[in-house]
Design a protein around this ligand. Structure first.
Ligand SMILES: [Zn+2]
Length: 498
């Protein structure tokens, strides 16, 4: 009998702990392959059951791939890649699976040789080629094969990353992607703009990519720029929104994967964002948080997008702004007992929490990161200025009676009461199990920082410095590590359940 009850309890606890994350977690899928050629084929197969027409670019010729996406979109075709010298194996299989009949090659024989053409023709495919003396002329010639459009995108021909994120939007709108260099507006591009009577241009990249002189020569130009490729991609996502029901993500330094990703994102009308190999960059986190994106397709294998990025994309805390307020500081030591100063415990726990939530994909703002002091009002203001999604104030308790011990979480009902309670209920049990302290529960009290913060906010009392039991726990680094992990998990689960 006792055994049965234990079992049922265990089952009940597991269900309580794990159900929310299973059902509400972000969904992430990965489109991969053994090399860039197979990644492109597998991406095309995700978007096209059959592709009678495909656009082929050289797997080592990124400049050619830039202008391919809007053109391919107009042809209803995916963008695929090949070796320059001979047809790559995965591509050959892919063309058969996609029941392809026509291939348009973009680029000269240096990027795709005549031998490849011969091999394609041997497969009974009709082959045509669009080329140019250089990448600038190629882009202009590709644009000539597109329907006339009122606008065009202009990027630096040596900065492919700038073009990647705009490609799905440009494709959807029928805008060609034209190239220029750092020195000025290329003649090939200027002529095309004139001949096609393009009225507006979207310039992607800062003045180092497209200088003022080139910019001024363009018809009604607007410039999108940022400090790095991720900021540019984020800015594009904000300025030219696409659907967000399925966001495509590719590595910011792998143009081959990006061309395939842009091709499928264009077809599905979805946003394309770029990531670092090991972590989702802050600018991209912000877009993901602001747009409430929760479904992602990563294009590329683990050699370009590592597992850690997938883990971050799955975590519901990705892109959320968390304000962490380590209580007290400097001249205000807070509670004192058993050789402990509360201000130091609060800061240590807060810094550990900052690191864990940052690793999980959140954007963290701290009221303090060292032994400094802010008034309670300043702390509330800082949280508001950060437009934080939640506010967590970290404290330790004290009592005249050294027998008082345990962990508790406070919320206030003035603002965001419902979500504050939910947050408290996620964090409190995880603090208790991390520390092994007495569970004093979730309580309400009008502490200043949680009363006047308008976002969901909680105040944690991790333990009593005046209790010998709690103090020995709070002195332990491993206990504080576990505590930070427990709070971080509670925070993630709160966003999961939302
Ligand atoms: Zn305190």
């Amino acid at each position: 009998m006792r055994f049965d009850i234990k079992c049922m309890l265990l089952i009940a606890i597991s269900i309580c702990l794990y159900t929310p994350s299973v059902f509400a977690q972000h969904t992430v899928s990965r489109i991969e392959g053994s090399n860039r050629y197979e990644v492109a084929v597998n991406t095309a197969k995700r978007g096209w059951q059959e592709a009678p027409a495909v656009v082929l670019v050289g797997g080592d010729a990124y400049a050619d791939a830039l202008s391919a996406v809007p053109y391919a979109y107009q042809q209803g075709a995916p963008v695929l890649l090949t070796n320059a010298g001979s047809l790559s194996g995965p591509l050959k299989t892919g063309l058969q699976q996609l029941k392809t009949k026509r291939v348009t090659i973009l680029g000269g024989t240096a990027s795709i040789s005549e031998n490849v053409v011969k091999q394609l023709k041997a497969m009974n495919l009709s082959v045509s080629r669009i080329q140019g003396k250089n990448r600038y002329e190629l882009a202009a010639n590709v644009a000539k094969h597109m329907k006339s459009a009122s606008a065009a995108v202009v990027v630096n021909g040596s900065a492919y990353a700038d073009a990647v994120a705009i490609a799905p939007y440009a494709a959807k709108q029928g805008y060609p992607i034209l190239l220029t260099d750092a020195k000025g507006l290329r003649e090939e591009t200027a002529n095309l703009l004139k001949n096609k009577a393009v009225k507006r241009t979207i310039v992607i990249g800062g003045e180092a990519s497209i200088n003022k002189m080139a910019f001024q020569k363009l018809p009604s130009p607007v410039r999108i720029s940022g400090a790095n490729r991720y900021e540019v991609a984020a800015q594009i996502a904000k300025t030219y929104p696409m659907m967000t029901s399925q966001t495509f993500i590719s590595y910011g330094y792998a143009y081959a994967d990006a061309a395939a990703a842009a091709s499928i994102a264009a077809k599905q009308g979805q946003t394309l964002l770029l990531t670092d190999a090991q972590t989702v960059p802050d600018a991209i986190r912000k877009v993901i948080g602001a747009k409430q994106k929760s479904a992602f397709s990563v294009v590329g294998g683990t050699s370009t997008v590592q597992t850690n990025v997938i883990t971050q994309l799955k975590n519901a805390v990705l892109g959320e702004t968390i304000f962490i307020d380590p209580g007290h500081g400097a001249q205000d030591a807070g509670a004192i007992g058993n050789g402990l100063l509360e201000k130091n415990i609060n800061l240590e726990v807060a810094l550990k929490l900052q690191s864990r939530l940052n690793q999980a994909g959140a954007l963290i703002v701290m009221s303090r990161t060292s032994d400094t002091f802010d008034s309670l009002q300043t702390r509330v203001n800082k949280g508001a200025q950060a437009s934080a999604d939640i506010f967590i104030s970290i404290h330790a308790n004290a009592n005249d009676n050294s027998g008082a011990n345990g962990t508790e979480t406070y919320y206030d009902t003035t603002y965001a009461a419902t979500n504050s309670i939910k947050l408290a209920q996620q964090v409190q049990p995880r603090m208790v199990s991390a520390l092994g302290t007495k569970d004093r529960g979730v309580k309400t009290a009008g502490f200043y920082v949680i009363k006047y913060s308008r976002m969901p906010s909680i105040l944690l009392e991790t333990g009593f410095v005046t209790s010998p039991i709690d103090a020995s726990i709070l002195k332990s680094t491993t206990a504080k590590d576990r505590l930070a992990s427990g709070i971080a998990t509670g925070v993630s689960n709160y966003f999961d359940a939302k």
